[in-house]
Design a protein around this ligand. Sequence first.
Ligand code: ADP
Ligand code: MG
Length: 302
Amino acid sequence: MSSASSRPTASSPSGPPSGASDTTTTPILALDGVTKRFGGLPAVDDLSFAVRPGEVLGIIGPNGAGKSTLIGLIGGALAPTGGVITYAGRAIADLPPHRRAHLGIARTFQIAQPFVGLDVRDNVIVGALFGRRGLRRPQAARVADEVLERVHLAHKATLKGDQLTVADRKRLEMARALATNPRLLLLDEVMAGLTPTEVEQAVELIRAINRDGVTVLVVEHIMRAIKGVSDRILVLHHGRKIAEDLPDEVLADPKVIEAYLGERYARQRAAEREGATGANATDATDVTDTIDAESEWKGGLA
Ligand code: ADP
Ligand code: MG
């Protein structure tokens, strides 16, 4: 949440985050005019934004909006067709994923990709060895045990990757990313398939990771969860940014409501807001639950 004051690496100790226009700190991540085309069609289209150190940036948008492509571009699985990606002041678009991991960038995959022949613990050990230069296996094993506790997967450490439920595969993705000791953590729908209680646990975990000084990009479908964890939210639609603001502002934006719930709903909502005054005006702008209940692509299982 907007607890920038409690973060060691936050940019504005005296107040809440002030949005992308804050120029007092070097961004940990900056995209400038980034485009990714697949066979001529842009999945990410001329996208620019910056992330401050210590920030949690939520990324939302309908299915196919380009969210996973964006994570791939930052993590290094995909090369941009154009534009510049800067991490801690350095252009990284030409670096392979393992070099980016050594620099502190870690990601999860929306479709979990465990090594199915390895058990859970060894999967996480591989993550630790991949991300941290010069780590030896005994140290990597200690790191793995720590992060498995943290993501509530320690009791399944000896199961093979393909014996896990969807929710546990998500936990394993999280564990592998955390084992690399990231400074910038990219989460691609790690809450899909979790129960409401487990979602709350995951939100708490992300907050705790962030309090430790890790900057986080969270792609998520569950609106209540993303609203609860993000300092700001960026909205993608057809690969383009249609909004980037504080969570309450974004969720009151007719463009965003339209992208999620359709044009008719957005018009109805606007009329309600015009007619509403005082306390009613606040009620009329909170569409979080409506989006979670009615949006056709909510909680898409991967
Ligand atoms: P999101 O994660 O927001 O649902 P994606 O980034 O997965 O969206 O996809 C954005 C668009 O790019 C979609 O139209 C998708 O079909 C397309 N796309 C994604 N990955 C590939 C790929 N490897 N090859 C071709 N098209 C792709
Ligand atoms: Mg996706």
